[in-house]
Design a protein around this ligand. Structure first.
Ligand SMILES: [Fe+2]
Ligand SMILES: [Fe+2]
Ligand SMILES: [Fe+2]
Length: 424
């Protein structure tokens, strides 16, 4: 896993978000490119900062996936843009490896004069992203080489003179705007993302961030994923797996339902039994996971993630594998997935208690669907495993609650105020 580079992560993020809506990822990449060139001209940032900022710029509109402000984002006039800035800020702050950069996202649509009068961290960087953002939107609307003249008209009001000068400088030296319409402009960004290797911990937080992005579709799915991961890790430890092997099981579990980011929310949260047709769509989440991973994640982890719906008797999907084809790690995640589904609340069912869950697991064992050793290990340690699941789950729910409260608070502070001034 450690060989995953920033570029790999970038591509995984790209493919995952494209499954939600493909209009914003390209915009994010072009903004990352412009921001990076301005920072290089400025010359005060080290390679790690430039790498991190390239990700922040890529993700600057991530809140729009949640707030349905995508159309607004891609227009030039954007008065009603606070909601996605606030959600994006909270996403960065609580669910990403870029907590400290969150204010950049919060203020990426705030005019330069207003921002200058505020006492907020990283406002220069927010001004940089703000300029890059509008340059790209305006270019996309056909401004061509006139884009800099248009930006010039807002010098010192909407846009920062400093970044405007650096943008022009980069344009004069390297012709960055022309390259933007070509296909190779991202090479420079990839280079910056690969220059400073990601640590194991950083990769882990990145993967978790991608999993949290499923929240744009369904919060149940995020909680289910976290629960499955906790159960899988605990079972691996109980079976005596060493640290490295346990970690692979944990990461495979973390990624196991990633493809649900591409399943319509009406199906993910359908309040009842799915029709055969809807079920067919639901089952494609395994293929979507495979597509998003794009062969960039270690084989063993990939297999664990992709085999959680296989059954010992060959009746599972997508491959109909049998007992002898599957490793213990794969079987562990398969049972953890089921326990999480049974013990969790869903749009179509209440949470099952221990008695009912144990009965169903035993039945599945008798029917040769689940690994008997995993079932017995799960049942004999049921209480301690579920206690830990409860702790992890509460932690996530707490984060979501804090995000909700903070969202309302920030919306009161900025969004509603903005609306008032627009109306008067
Ligand atoms: Fe935006
Ligand atoms: Fe944007
Ligand atoms: Fe699944």
């Amino acid at each position: 896993m450690t060989e995953l580079s920033g570029r790999h992560i970038h591509n995984i993020v790209r493919r995952a978000l494209n499954r939600v809506d493909d209009r914003l990822v390209d915009h994010g990449e072009r903004v990352a490119y412009l921001v990076m060139h301005m920072l290089l001209e400025e010359g005060s940032c080290d390679a790690r900062t430039i790498r991190n900022v390239s990700f922040v710029a890529l993700l600057h509109d991530i809140g729009a996936y949640k707030t349905e402000e995508i159309d607004n984002m891609l227009r030039f006039e954007i008065e009603q843009s606070w909601n996605h800035s606030i959600y994006g800020y909270l996403f960065l702050k609580y669910l990403s490896p870029f907590r400290s950069y969150a204010p950049v996202v919060l203020f990426h649509h705030t005019p330069y004069v207003e921002l200058e009068a505020m006492n907020v961290p990283l406002k220069e960087l927010a001004e940089c992203v703000s300029l890059a953002d509008r340059v790209d939107v305006f270019m996309e609307q056909g401004a061509g080489e006139h884009v800099l003249e248009v930006m010039e008209a807002y010098r010192g009001t909407k846009f920062s003179p400093k970044w405007l000068d650096l943008l022009k400088q980069a344009e004069q030296k390297k012709g960055i705007l022309e390259k933007l319409s070509g296909s190779l402009f991202m090479d420079k960004v990839y280079e910056a993302q690969e220059k400073v290797p990601l640590s194991k911990e950083e990769i882990d937080v990145f993967l978790k961030m991608i999993i949290f992005a499923i929240d744009f579709r369904s919060r149940y799915t995020v909680i289910h994923t976290i629960t499955t991961t906790s159960i899988s890790r605990q079972l691996a430890v109980l079976f005596g797996f060493d640290e490295e092997k346990t970690d692979k099981v944990r990461q495979g579990a973390l990624l196991h339902d990633l493809g649900k980011i591409g399943i319509p929310v009406e199906i993910l949260e359908f309040p009842g039994k799915l029709s055969p047709q809807a079920m067919k769509i639901m089952r494609t989440h395994v293929d979507i996971t495979e597509e998003i991973m794009g062969g960039e994640i270690e084989e063993e982890i990939t297999r664990i993630a992709l085999r959680h719906h296989e059954k010992l008797d060959g009746s599972g999907y997508p491959r109909g594998l049998r007992d002898e084809d599957m490793t213990m790690g794969e079987k562990i995640v398969a049972i953890a997935d089921i326990v999480s589904a049974l013990t969790g609340e869903r749009s179509y069912k209440v949470a099952f208690d221990k008695k009912k869950t144990v009965r169903i697991l035993r039945e599945m064992k008798e029917e040769n669907l689940l690994c008997p050793y995993c079932v017995e290990m799960m049942i004999s340690h049921f209480d301690e495993i579920m206690r830990q699941v409860g702790k992890t789950g509460n932690h996530i729910l707490n984060i979501y609650n804090i995000m909700q409260l903070e969202y309302e608070e920030l919306a009161r502070q900025y969004a509603y105020k903005g609306r008032d001034t627009n109306e008067t």
